[in-house]
Design a protein around this ligand. Structure first.
Ligand code: DGY
Length: 323
């Protein structure tokens, strides 16, 4: 019987898979991330670990989890894991791509609509009882149909975000290292350099992973180059955006608004952001739908079982160690 450590409660669908396999499972009993010390202690007896994007999985963890046969991240993003170190040590890592594509793209759209059409601001106003009746100048927001959508990172989620624009007759631009034939052929989309995209787009939706090359991709300079009427939507990773620069751009109306699900210093927001009306903020919940969170748990659990058998996980992060 193997020891599986689950660093925080996940949906039962995932735990069921582990339980049915008859292993000894320890699940963090508290609904909060483990502290660093708690994580290091928890992984010590583990044969496999199902971890979260809030757990830093690095050399210190690998040292302590000396007999661990793999770490399954409950997330598609794996910037919380030291992939180079794991690969050097031949420790398998996995993530959960695919199952959260639609949910994340849908949330990007929810934020786009909420920010452009001032949904949250209007809701707060209605609840305050201040509304005196219909007025021609109330809560005027941004147009959506017929405008230009800029997709930064045309991978699975960026592609889904772009494809969902079809009902709104939007012009789609994308920046990526590669041509995306699905977007080119389905939408007549155009791959353009990042600089051109930010200057031409009415909505810029971010879908790149966090890496050295994308950290602070959105800087003060970028916000200054965006249209004053443009909106930024971020459902990828917080540090891709310089949050202090975003705050300043929103405050000084260098851009019209933003819809933000991920933050540079989670769970904190940069000071002042919460005081602004032209930003809609959500607590990193883009994948939080019933189907998706179950599917993430199931995929992560199946990956754990494969790694316990020393097989390549279904969705490996470092497949090369199996070659
Ligand atoms: C991910 O999977 O990387 C998201 O940020 C959380 O679902």
């Amino acid at each position: 019987m193997a020891k599986i450590v689950v660093t925080r409660e996940i949906p039962q669908a995932g735990l069921d898979i582990l339980q049915k396999a008859g292993h000894d499972i320890w699940v963090n009993p508290d609904d909060r991330p483990l502290s660093r010390e708690e994580l290091l202690t928890a992984v010590e007896p583990a044969d496999a670990v199902l971890c979260l994007l809030t757990d830093k999985i690095d050399d210190e963890v690998f040292d302590r989890a000396a007999k661990c046969r793999g770490f399954a991240n409950y997330a598609v993003g794996f910037d919380n894991m030291d992939v180079v170190e794991a690969t050097k040590r031949k420790v398998p890592l996995s993530n959960t791509p695919g199952v959260l594509t639609d949910a994340t793209a849908e949330m990007a759209w929810a934020l786009l609509f909420a920010a452009a059409r001032r949904v949250v601001e209007s809701d707060t106003y209605m609840r305050s009882g201040a509304w005196g009746g219909w007025g021609p100048m109330q809560f005027i927001g941004g147009d959506i149909a017929g405008t230009t959508l800029g997709i930064v990172g045309a991978g699975r989620i960026g592609t889904a975000m772009a494809l969902k624009s079809q009902g709104f007759a939007m012009k789609v631009l994308y920046s990526d290292a590669f041509d995306n034939t699905v977007l080119d052929e389905t939408l007549g989309a155009k791959r353009v350099p990042f600089e051109e995209l930010i200057e031409a787009s009415d909505y810029v939706s971010v879908h790149v992973p966090l890496m050295d090359a994308t950290r602070h991709l959105f800087s003060h300079d970028v916000f200054k180059r965006m249209k004053k009427t443009a909106y930024l939507i971020n459902t990828s990773r917080g540090p891709v955006v310089d949050e202090a620069a975003l705050m300043r751009a929103l405050k000084e109306h260098e851009i019209a608004g933003a819809g933000i699900d991920v933050f540079e210093f989670e769970p904190k927001m940069v000071e002042g952001l919460a005081d602004l009306d032209n930003v809609v903020v959500t607590p990193h919940t883009a994948s939080a739908t019933v189907y998706t969170r179950n599917a993430m748990g199931e995929l992560a659990a199946r990956n754990v079982l494969r790694m316990l058998r020393r097989e390549k996980p279904e969705t490996p992060v470092n497949p090369e160690i199996f070659e």
